[in-house]
Design a protein around this ligand. Structure first.
Ligand code: ADP
Length: 649
């Protein structure tokens, strides 16, 4: 082995060499082992390297290990010590090669961005690169390899591609080991329970077999696909949102659809606030759990939203700028609590992360959407916020469309009603005009026939007078109708001019009433008038106000079932109120406002003549005087019209 010449063995080694005192062996650190061996102990001498230059022997450097054991006689005394040398150079070189290539492999593995994890049959990691450690939520590969399985498993909540919770048994490495087959391309969604961060990973696992062909290791390769998936998820979500929003034209339905969509994909809570004409309002709140929703309702009923708040949706609706709270500061929540009970209720909601985005169209802010994550532990980041802002814009457009649609529907309905009213008006108007004309014509036909028959009574002065009076009445009726129509067109063109003179209402009412005296008496209708004792001055147009009172009294006469009519003038603090009360057919409450519109008549009284314009014109006149007119009534119990006009002092 050492290639020592026989001559050296005989003349030097066997003569002079003493292994116990060889300084070289102490230098190599094995002197003490050899000396123990010389006492008769069995010892193993670890491998040491002999270089030719230091030993003076021939050949290449050698790795030599050794073994010493004693030979004993029958009494057990040591008679000889045997030292065996073994050249293990080849084995050492081979081991070195393996070490080198393993180090190289390790360097390569460290450099790859994919995570590489090797686990034994107990699933214990025995090798991991840095990327694998990161993906598994550990700082270093060493920490991961020294962690126990329960410690590793509790870091994450695992879900499959569809979002269903996944038991650790279904992990690709475990499947590869239990089935002895490679597992390819499994998509996993893992949420770090400590940080809330979510990851998408594509995992493949292969078993490594022992000599008996049984799997004893599993090598898993993880590829981070989070950003691709998030992008894809985002695009899918927005597509879905667009489709849903495009199919919804009802305002409230659109709001609810947005909220429901948000809680199905993005949040545990979603609420939508909108700026209505009379202020901000929460119009939709969604949560997947109806019990939580009820709880939230109780909370807001007890502690209504503070619309002046410096953060959250009130602020977003003021500024139009989105807000992101990846981790809602508990302090902020605590500060917003109005009482200890309120704080306990807020805590029950378990709010973790939130975003608020405006519902903004160009520069117009329609409202805000609030996304909140609670029990899911989801943590919103900038990418989520971007998507939420996009959803806000799309939703704003849909809401605007719904609003326009709602307006156009109302417009169409109003238009339809207006056309109906106009048609009805034309037919009533023709009828109303035709009635006096027919009477006139009839009257003159009779007269003509009498003249032709030589009937001289036609020329008798009393008959002549009667005919003129009747003709005048019929002409008056026509003039009144035409005046009403002219007044309506004056209102339409804003030309219903009003004089402004000082008037005594007492006097004016008395004058209007005097014109009815005869007709009321002839029909035996009782008129109870109470006009205050003193004068009551207002500023206004005598002719127009008389027109109002005449119209209302005339209506009381027409619709009053010939029962007594009461007229009162009451002086209030700043107003004078005129009440005209009949005991006639009455008006249903749903018609109270309608009768003051043009052409509006209550359907059931078609047998009584009128154009449905009198009250419309009256209202315009009273409004122009800074007053108001309204009605109180009960069907078949009578009607009370009230007019209030500002008094002057
Ligand atoms: P009209 O010429 O038809 O009387 P108005 O504008 O004066 O028009 O009144 C509108 C409608 O209001 C009437 O057609 C009638 O249906 C209802 N109305 C007005 N005054 C009375 C009243 N005193 N009692 C019952 N209904 C009334």
């Amino acid at each position: 082995m050492w290639q020592i010449p026989e001559e050296v063995i005989q003349n030097h080694i066997l003569k002079d060499y003493n292994v116990a005192t060889d300084p070289q062996l102490d230098l190599k650190g094995i002197g003490h082992i050899i000396r123990r061996g010389l006492t008769g102990e069995k010892v193993e001498i670890p491998a040491i390297l002999y270089n030719p230059e230091e030993t003076g022997f021939q050949g290449r450097a050698k790795w030599v290990s050794g073994f010493m054991y004693p030979l004993r006689d029958q009494a057990g005394d040591v008679i000889e010590i045997i030292l065996i040398h073994q050249d293990i150079t080849e084995k050492k070189i081979a081991e070195e090669e393996v070490r080198k290539s393993r180090d190289q492999l390790q360097t390569i593995f460290e450099g790859v961005s994919d995570g590489i994890l090797v686990q034994d049959t107990n699933y214990q990691p025995i090798y991991a690169n840095q990327a694998a450690a990161n993906i598994c939520g550990f700082e270093t590969p060493e920490k991961l390899c020294h962690a126990t399985i329960p410690e590793i498993v509790k870091v994450f909540e695992l879900r499959d591609e569809e979002g269903n919770l996944l038991s650790p048994d279904k992990l690709p490495a475990r499947q590869a080991l239990s089935q002895g087959k490679p597992q390819e391309g499994v998509v996993l969604r893992a949420r770090n329970l400590k940080t809330g961060q979510a990851h998408w990973t594509l995992v493949s696992a292969r078993p490594i077999y022992n000599d008996q062909g049984a799997p004893y290791l599993a090598v898993s390769i993880f590829r981070e696909i989070t950003s691709e998936r998030q992008r894809q998820e985002r695009a899918n979500f927005l597509n879905m949102a667009s489709t849903i929003l495009a199919n919804s034209l009802d305002y409230y339905e659109t709001l609810n659809k947005i909220a429901t969509l948000v809680v199905s994909k993005l949040a545990d809570w979603c609420s939508i606030d909108v700026l209505e004409d009379d202020g901000p309002k929460t119009l939709s709140v969604a949560h997947n759990d109806p019990l939580m929703l009820k709880f939230a309702e109780e909370l807001t009923a007890k502690y209504p939203k503070d619309w002046e708040a410096a953060s959250g949706s009130p602020n977003v609706m003021r500024t139009g700028k989105a807000e992101l709270y990846s981790h809602i500061p508990q302090k902020l929540l605590e500060k917003s609590a109005k009482s200890e009970e309120h704080w306990q209720m807020i805590k029950t909601l378990g709010l973790k992360s939130a975003m608020v985005v405006p519902l903004k169209l160009n520069d117009k802010i329609l409202g805000a959407i609030t996304f909140i994550s609670a029990e899911s532990g989801r943590v919103y980041d900038e990418i989520d916020l971007e998507m939420a802002i996009d959803l806000g814009q799309r939703s704003a457009l849909a809401l605007q469309n719904a609003l326009l649609y709602r307006k156009s529907e109302k417009l169409a309905l109003d238009l339809k009603k207006a056309v109906q009213a106009r048609d009805e008006f034309i037919s009533i108007c023709s009828h109303e005009l035709k009635t006096p004309i027919t009477s006139l014509k009839l009257q003159y036909q009779i007269t003509e026939r009498k003249i032709k028959a030589g009937d001289q009574s036609v020329y008798a002065p009393e008959n002549f007078e009667k005919r003129i009076a009747s003709t005048n009445r019929l002409l008056d009726r026509m003039v009144k109708l035409i005046d009403e129509m002219l007044d309506v067109s004056r209102v339409n063109t804003g030309k219903l001019d009003m004089e402004e003179v000082e008037l005594d209402l007492n006097e004016l009412l008395a004058e209007s009433l005097s014109r009815f005296k005869e007709i009321f008496e002839s029909k035996n209708i009782q008129l109870n008038v109470e006009l205050g004792e003193s004068s009551c001055f207002i500023k206004g147009d005598r002719f127009r106000l008389d027109q109002v009172f005449t119209n209302i009294i005339n209506n009381a006469f027409k619709y009053g079932n010939s029962k007594p009519i009461a007229i009162n003038l009451i002086q209030l603090d700043k107003f004078a109120r005129i009440e005209i009360k009949d005991q006639g057919i009455g008006i249903a409450p749903q018609d109270f406002d309608r009768i003051f519109n043009r052409f509006e008549r209550v359907n059931s009284i078609h047998n009584i003549s009128g154009l449905g314009l009198g009250l419309f014109i009256s209202k315009q006149i009273i409004l122009a005087h800074g007053g108001r007119i309204w009605v109180e009534s009960e069907a078949n119990q009578g009607t009370k019209f009230m007019v209030e006009l500002p008094i002057i002092f």
